[in-house]
Design a protein around this ligand. Structure first.
Ligand code: B12
Length: 208
């Protein structure tokens, strides 16, 4: 089994202590950080499928997520890149009722590397909290809202509409597995991206 396959397999079964070392070994073997990250993202799809089919339950899903987070910690310095440019502050959070943060954290890392200062509000963020954070922080140019559950898509809509109704001059980007470009447009978001890499590109374009 290649090191990358080993990383994927161990993330799937939530081997939190083993994953960081395996990620390092995969890097030492010359694998690209992006490729290792993709293997871990693929693990999460497998975990999701196993959860859907009743093969595993929430605790297993949670430890797999923790293992992935540990692996991402090893990759972070390699993926984050240049943070010298300043495109202003980006407020980021996962919307109310939603506790998923792996995707949000990757988006945060890539947007930071595109040249934004990040203020991360965490998960389960009420709509009004996004507005407060825009007011509390200097030079906020972008708000990024993540939603992973079909049941929290209305919360995503509420977040966007509350930010827009505040009249504050910021752009709003949304994303997360159930979000489509059509839904993003329908709820009044200024932008959408399907993954962390394109989120960084889109974020730059949006504030240019
Ligand atoms: C790990 C996980 C959990 C963990 C989360 C831990 C954590 N710290 O995040 C735990 C165990 C807590 C969890 C709980 C639940 N989960 Co869950 N979970 C997952 C799982 C397996 C992986 C998610 C993940 O991290 N993916 C990897 C990341 C990298 O991908 P991503 O999040 O999609 O993010 C990328 C893009 O979407 C995008 N993106 C994300 N955010 C943003 C934001 C912006 C601005 C932009 C531009 C882009 C963007 O870029 C990211 C990076 O490329 C998914 C399965 C799956 N296939 O997604 C289920 C899944 C999302 N969960 C699901 C469910 C049902 C639940 C629970 C309701 C289960 C339960 N019965 O309790 C609870 C809900 C808890 C809550 N209130 O949030 C369902 C959702 C079904 C649906 N249609 O809504 C899924 C799809 C599993 C399934 N197949 O059924 N879960």
């Amino acid at each position: 089994m290649s090191k990358i396959q080993e990383v994927k397999a161990k993330v799937e079964i939530g081997k939190t202590k083993l994953v960081p070392g395996l990620v390092q070994e995969a890097l030492d073997e010359g694998n690209a950080p992006g490729e290792i990250l993709q293997a871990m993202v693929d693990s999460m799809s497998v975990v999701g499928e196993k959860f859907s089919s009743g093969e595993i339950f929430v605790p297993e899903m949670l430890i797999a997520a923790k293992a992935m987070a540990k692996g991402v910690d090893v990759l972070r310095p390699l993926l984050a890149g240049d943070t010298s440019a300043s495109l202003g502050t980006c407020i980021i959070g996962t919307v109310a009722g939603d506790l998923h943060d792996i995707g949000k954290n990757l988006v945060s890392m890539m947007i930071e590397s595109a040249g934004f200062t990040i203020v991360d509000l965490g998960v389960d963020v009420p709509a009004e909290r996004f507005v407060e954070a825009i007011k509390e922080n200097e030079n906020v140019t972008l708000v990024a809202c993540s939603g992973l559950l079909t049941t929290t898509m209305p919360a995503l809509k509420e977040a966007v509409q509350t930010i827009k109704a505040s009249g504050l001059d910021v752009k709003v980007i949304v994303g997360g597995a159930p979000v489509t470009p059509e839904y993003a447009a329908e709820i009044g978001a200024d932008g959408f991206a399907p993954d962390a890499g394109s989120a960084a590109v889109k974020a730059k374009e949006m504030v240019a």
